[in-house]
Every structure is written in C-alpha cells, then in structure tokens.
Design a protein around this ligand. Structure first.
Ligand SMILES: [Zn+2]
Length: 371
C-alpha cells in the first residue's frame, strides 16, 4: 500500500469513527417524526435524522413544542405538482430555545426563548417590502416546502426568529402562529371586517376557527359560529361567539337567515370546501364577502353563478399572512387580548395519533407535540 493511500484510508477511518461517535453522543443526530413517502398516518416514523447545519445568517432552535395544522395532513397525503424535501419533517408552528447562532447573527444568543415565523420569504421583492409576504414568488412555509418542527431541532433564517416572553409556555406560543396569522389575514386584512358587521365562522373547534372567533370579536363584529356537538358549541360561546349553530343537526344557512332577520351575514370565514360552499352563498348578504383559506372537505365546489353577480358577492382567496401580521397578533397575545386554545398535548413519538385525532375532528383548539 502506498503512503498516500494509507493516509487516505486512515483519514477515512478517523472521519468515520468521529461521525459515529458524534451520532452516538447526539451531536449531529436528532430524533424526528418523518415520512418517506406520501400516504396515511401509518407513513409517519419516529427515527434519527441529521441535525440541521446552520449558515452564517441562520439560527438553530431546540424545539420544545410544535403545533399541528391541517397543512401537515395535506402535505403528508401529497399535493400535486409541489416538491417537498424527503424524508419530510412536518410542523409549521415551532417554539423553542436557541441552541446555536450563525456567525453573522448578532441579535440572538443561545438560550433565548423564541418562535419561528412559519412564512419563509425573500425579504427583497416588492411583496416582502410592503408586508405582503405570502404574495412573494419564493414564499415557502416551514414544515411544507422546508423542513419543520416534528423534530428535536429546526433551523431558520434569522429573519424568521421572533423572541417571545416567559408569560406563556412553549406549548401556548406554539399554538399561535399559523392559525392566528391566517385568521387575521382573512378577517382583518383581506376581509376588512368592521365593527357591527355580522360574520359566520365555520368549525369553531378547529385551530383556525378558535382563533377567528376571538379576532372577529375583537374587531367588534357579531359572531355566528358553527360546530358539531354540545360541548364544542359551549366552548365556542366561551371564546366569544354570540350565536352558535350545530351544523350536524340543523341547516346552518336557514339558521343564519333567522339570526340575521333574513339579511344574511356580511362576511363568511370559509375553510371547509364543497360541504359548505353553496350553502354559504345562500346566507351571504348582498355585497357580502367570503374569505377562503382551505378546503378540508375536498378540492372542488360548484355554485350558482347568477347569484354571484346579482348579489354582488366577493370571493377572496387567502394564503397565510405576513411577518408584520404575525407581530401584531403576538402583541395581542402578549397583552392577553387573544388567547391560544390548546386541545391536547402529545409526545413527538405520538405524532401519528395526534394527526389522527385532528382527522377525526375530536379536537377543540390546537393539538401540540411536546418535544
Ligand atoms: Zn419576496
């Protein structure tokens, strides 16, 4: 064996030995719940993944809590035409402690309590500069097009790191970002909800529904909320809904007409899809708006176009929100005017059971993974 070959082999062995040792000591490995192919909850696996490596402007966060969102389910099932990293780490709502900062990061230190803003933007284009982050051509969401928080560690650009106080627990902070930012963007920014208007909010028990009730109430609107079952209706009232309708027992469109003296509501908070689409338009007042951010019951809906133009309805698509909107929401949470609603807490290992609970619609508020 020639000298340089001996040297290469011994260096290779040293590298291997060093790597294994580091994995064993947990320096470069971390636990995560991932999926390697699209499919049902059975595709989720609790395993070892490489700990993310940071660049000079990035921050490594030791994840303490990560909230579930419906997005996690859509991404696991697979969205046509959208590439995602595999094996995939879901989880858009991350709260934790800074573990490491890049050499150019001057405003944070290891140990700081933070959340990661879920929207990844370019920070340079007109949309980003004017606080329309989700219109940015390179806009991505943590846990969707980039790796998320179903893991012991997650990394993000320093632009996404937001300090939070000790006032709330990690689980409570993790329950805030995605649903509150989206509900705010829908009701306030896009929906232009005004005091005295009447708003219909679907699925009060969902994370986004429980956020929307509070925001609509704060905006001074009269809130009509739908949910299934006595217990959820009661909780919706406690959150601030003025009227509640059990959609499994009565035709909510008829009920809304009665509750609004046949006028209909001014704004509808829609995220259900074909199950609610046509009925929604029946109980929307002339000139009313419907803001839409999701379609949990399926991707296609039909509608009577003649009513759309005769009643001059506006249907407004909404996609998450901006960092500025998130900061506004966080201030309201900090001051106690908005409250994260937690349904239950699971361990990282139990992510499949946690997602199944959300699929079964057994939750009221957010389901959290404690890590
Ligand atoms: Zn941009």
């Amino acid at each position: 064996m020639q000298a340089h070959e001996r040297k290469r082999r011994s260096l290779g062995f040293l590298w291997y030995y060093y790597s294994v040792r580091k994995v064993k000591e947990g320096e470069i490995a971390m636990k995560a719940t991932v999926f390697c192919e699209h499919g049902g909850v059975d595709k989720l696996t609790y395993t070892d993944m490489e700990k993310p490596k940071i660049t000079p402007y990035e921050v490594l966060v030791k994840v303490k809590a990560c909230a579930l969102n419906h997005l996690d389910i859509w991404v696991r099932q697979g969205l046509p035409g959208i590439e995602i990293p595999m094996p995939h780490i879901s989880g858009s709502d991350i709260a934790g402690e800074i573990s490491e900062v890049g050499i150019e990061v001057k405003n944070f230190r290891p140990g700081d309590k933070v959340i990661i803003a879920p929207g990844v933007r370019c920070r340079k284009c007109v949309s980003c500069i004017t606080n329309n982050d989700s219109m940015c051509n390179s806009f991505k969401i943590m846990g969707f097009q980039v790796q998320g928080g179903y893991a012991e560690y997650a990394k993000a650009h320093v632009d996404n790191i937001i300090p939070v106080s000790q006032k709330l627990s990690f689980e409570e902070w993790a329950a805030v970002p995605l649903v509150f930012i989206t509900a705010w963007h829908m009701l306030i920014t896009r929906g232009q909800l005004r005091p005295g208007e009447q708003v219909l909010i679907h699925a009060a028990g969902s994370g986004i529904g429980s956020a929307a009730i509070q925001i609509a109430r704060l905006a001074g609107a009269r809130v009509i909320a739908t949910a299934r079952g006595k217990e959820k209706l009661e909780k919706a009232k406690q959150l601030g809904a003025d009227e509640v309708v059990d959609y499994s027992k009565e035709n909510y469109a008829e009920r809304v007409k009665v509750l609004t003296n046949n006028k209909g509501v001014d704004l509808i908070f829609e995220h259900i899809g074909p199950d609610t689409w046509e009925k929604n338009l029946q109980c929307l007042t002339k000139g009313g708006r419907m803001v839409v951010c999701g379609a949990t019951s399926g991707p296609q809906a039909t509608m009577e176009l003649r009513f759309l133009f005769m009643k001059q309805h506006a249907i407004i698509g909404c996609y998450m929100g901006s960092k500025k909107e998130l900061l506004d929401v966080l201030n309201l949470v900090e001051s106690g005017r908005l409250k994260p609603v937690i349904d239950s807490i699971f361990s990282l290992k139990e992510a499949a059971a946690a997602q199944q609970k959300m699929l079964n619609r057994e939750n009221f508020g957010k389901i959290i993974l404690k890590i």
